[in-house]
Every structure is written in structure tokens, then in C-alpha cells.
Design a protein around this ligand. Sequence first.
Ligand SMILES: Nc1nc2c(c(=O)[nH]1)N[C@@H](CN(C=O)c1ccc(C(=O)N[C@@H](CCC(=O)O)C(=O)O)cc1)CN2
Length: 300
Amino acid sequence: MTAQIIDGKAFSAKVRGQVAEHVTRLKADHGLTPGLAVVLVGEDPASQVYVRSKGKQTIEAGMASFEHKLDASTSEADLLALIDQLNTDPAVHGILVQLPLPDHLDEALVINSIAPEKDVDGFHISNVGLLATGQKSMVPCTPLGCLMLLRDQLGNLSGLNAVVIGRSNIVGKPMAQLLLRDSCTVTIAHSRTKDLAAVVRGADIVVAAVGRPEFVPGDWLKPGATVIDVGINRLDAPEKGEGKTRLVGDVDFASASEVAGAITPVPGGVGPMTIACLLANTVTACCRANGIAEPEGLTA
Ligand SMILES: Nc1nc2c(c(=O)[nH]1)N[C@@H](CN(C=O)c1ccc(C(=O)N[C@@H](CCC(=O)O)C(=O)O)cc1)CN2
């Protein structure tokens, strides 16, 4: 079997198009421009690239982008003061602090200082609790993007066996909650799970978010399974030239695509969905803040 490739780049462009349509309507019907503030502390090269893309795509969707680039040595008090200011700024509907933060900053404290209704990352403890109890919340962007791809691929997910490999707060745990909400039978596995191969072999849906390059081989998969690869691992690629690198996921794409029914590539799979869902969450936050009906299809 050769798996169908799930084109996250094309799907994310469709989502961004829908976001832009909603933005046009919010402006015309309500005089509202959704605004997203992104805070970057330090000079992590990957984070700089992601923040630049977020700003560019926010503007392309017709929204207002507010970028705050702070020095790596910024104090916790100064960062919290900025978040406080953004929390009360009526032009800002969504706030995101790019992760990872420098070591001297307390990530949980910083995230929990964002007003929950503006927490477009869905990482605030209130949103985590709301999602876990099946209530309306802001939903973390990467799991939301994975869910959109799965629904588009499979339609109704009810009753399917899903294995999420990885237990992070950003991806693994919220992903499991979302799949449970769609009535999947969900197992959260991780690098220490006993006989992980057997656990994965029982799954109709595999979401790999373990952070280890090419960790899941094709012979772990049930034939026809749908595989969502969240991993973004940069490996040296001397064959491409000195100092060159290549990106791989947490799934061994070559062997997995011989067994799976459908699979996301890396790059071009889940990654682009993360930013598309961030834009969608910003529109959702703007609608909620103004008592306007939320756009259908852009939330979980
Ligand atoms: N506050 C947050 N910080 C981080 C998040 C997040 O959701 N919120 N996620 C990641 C980084 N991230 C967005 O911030 C992100 C990662 C990857 C991509 C993406 O499009 N990847 C491309 C490949 C890009 C490359 O060449 O490096 C792909 O997979 O095709 C977008 C956003 C950590 N921090």
C-alpha cells in the first residue's frame, strides 16, 4: 500500500482563506479588525522564523499584527507588565508568547498571566481545564490543526482507536482531549510505554508528537492507519552540502508510507496548520469578545 499524502500546506491555505473571509465580514458588518499580539523574548533562530511568519500571515488575512521583540535578558517583571498592557488593550484580541522562553523566565507564570479569553494558544490553565471538561475554550493551535486534518480525511472519527504518542501540555494532552471529544477510544503513549509497537498496531489513528526523529517505523502501523506526524526535527544533511540540514518528523516516512492509508509529510503537513489555526483562534477570540456568532468550522 502506498499512503495518500495529506497536504497540510494546501489545507492551511484553505483555512487562511476562510479566516480572511470572516475578517472581511467583521470589518464590514461590525467595524472590527481582529488584532493579534505576538511576544518574542530572545533570538532563538527557529522562533524568529515562526514569529515572522505569524506576523506576515496575520496581515495577509487582513488582521492587525502587533509584534513585541524583547531582549533575551528581559526581566519577568517587564514581560508581565507588557502582558498586562496587552490584556487591557481593546485592539488586541489574541496574545501569544512564543515558546520556548529563556531559562530565567517562569513559563507557567507567564502563560497564566495572559487573559484566558485572549489566550489564542490555549495554554492558560483555565483553557486547559475547560477543554478537559468538554467546555468552550481556546484550543491549542497544533492539536486543532491535526483535528481539522483528521476530520477532513476521515469524516466522523467516532469509535476509532487513536494513539497519541507524546504527553506534552502543548500537543499530546490537548490532542487526546480533542480526540476523546470526537468519541475516539484514546490511548496516550510515550517513549516509556511498554511494547509501544503493539499499542500503535491497534490504532486507526496515530498522532506522533514524541520529539524523536523517525521514532515510529512503518512496521508498527496497522495497515491503512491514518498517521499525523507532529514532529519537526532538524538533522545534519552533509549529502546536501557542508552545514546543510533536513527536516524529518517523528515517523519514519519512507517505511510508514508503505503501510499507512494516509500520512502527513514533514515539512508541509501539520506545521503550516499551526499558524492557520492561530489566525482562526484570533478571529474566534474577537467574535467572543464582541458577542458575535463564532465562525463555523474554524473551532473544535
Ligand atoms: N507559543 C507557541 N510557541 C510554540 C508553538 C505554539 O503553537 N505556540 N509551536 C511551535 C512552533 N511553531 C509555532 O509557534 C511552529 C512550528 C512549525 C511551523 C511550520 O510551519 N513548520 C514547517 C517547517 C518550517 C521549517 O522549515 O522549519 C512545516 O512543518 O512544514 C509553524 C509554526 C513551538 N513554539
